[in-house]
Design a protein around this ligand. Sequence first.
Ligand code: GLU
Length: 438
Amino acid sequence: MYRFAPSPTGDMHIGNLRAAIFNYICSLQDKSGFILRIEDTDTARNIEGKDQEIIEILKRFGISWQSLYYQSKNLKFHQQFAAKLLSEKKAFCCFCSEEELEAKKQAAKDAGEAYRYDGHCEHLSDEEVLNCGKPFTIRLKKPDHALEFTDAIKGRIAFEPQNIDSFVIMRADKTPTYNFACACDDMMQGVSFVIRGEDHVSNTPKQNWIRQSLGYDGEIKYAHLPIILNSEGKKMSKREDSSSVKWLLQSGYLPEAIANYLILLGNKTPREVFSMDEAVEFFDIAKISKSPAKFDEDKLAFINREHIKRASKQRLAELFELEPKFAPLIKFYTQEASLIPRIKEKIAAIYGMKDIPQEWATQAQALREAILNLLSSNGASAEFNDFKAALSQATNLKGKSLFMPLRFLLTGAPHGPELSELYPLIRADLKEILDATK
Ligand code: GLU
């Protein structure tokens, strides 16, 4: 069983989407199932509506799940598991206040040492605990031995007990911390493989330790994905536009291209352009590079153009919100632009109202009439060369004096693709196109 466990605390980062896609693909490969778990227990950081946004984004990427959970619904189980650990003396109540702990952290910092919990409340008697009367957190006792696990990408990783520490599993307000809720839920939901970002590596021994302390012996495998760097080689921050999936979609990248690019990133694949279904055939999590991957927007733009060229008429109509008849023209304009709005602008310039510069107005008017005459007599020839010859004959225009006004008439722009290549794609619409001329 695989899962994707986003927190509804901000815009979905491409690193999160990459984890979602990888978990989903692996779940399709071994047919073990895929869970979407919204980790909403940190109520102070939750942002209203972000859960729905995440759900909508995943759907746009064609990702589906067998079950959807909200972690907060499991609160009573988290509390019961914490009570069990307390009664078995595997966990203890900690009455240290925030201020006291803060002061100790500061002292450690001043001494240039790493802060560790000093075990202050670990050995309180039951009586002292019962009579304390102060708010408390619950801490899990740290292990007395190193904890190891094998990461599918990074290999064997070991953590010394002091690096795990007696960490907090329940906050003073009786809500679980991330590590506790996550470890309990992965156990309860029968998760067997977790793929997530490498910022979680140090959480893994803690989560394993929680489940071991609860007596769970089901194995959970892990793969931690290297971070994604920006073009300057720095960690891609949440504030960078291109790190936000929503921003990429709004800019006009296709979901299939973004997914393709994220699968390609830091990976060895048999080819560069593929669909998610195709990736299910060859994807191997162990082939993901250990070193950070660099986000390259030019490469993403290339992949985007390739997916536009591959897309069906219906898919393009849906993505571009244009009639299916525009599909060939959309594909044609990938030679000029990569993003949906940029390509739409080119097409809108052909079919929209055109402003012909004064310099070419007379010639354009003559050509317009000549084309309309052709259309009402024999129709416009299939070959651009014949069409051009007929226009030249009717207007006596040639060379630049023919091409420039003709280009303005047909495309609304001074530059663009070869008219001879564009012509067959717009020939059927010449009347409509000419009607949109001032
Ligand atoms: N809610 C955590 C996050 O979004 C989940 C990490 C995990 O996959 O365990 O970072």
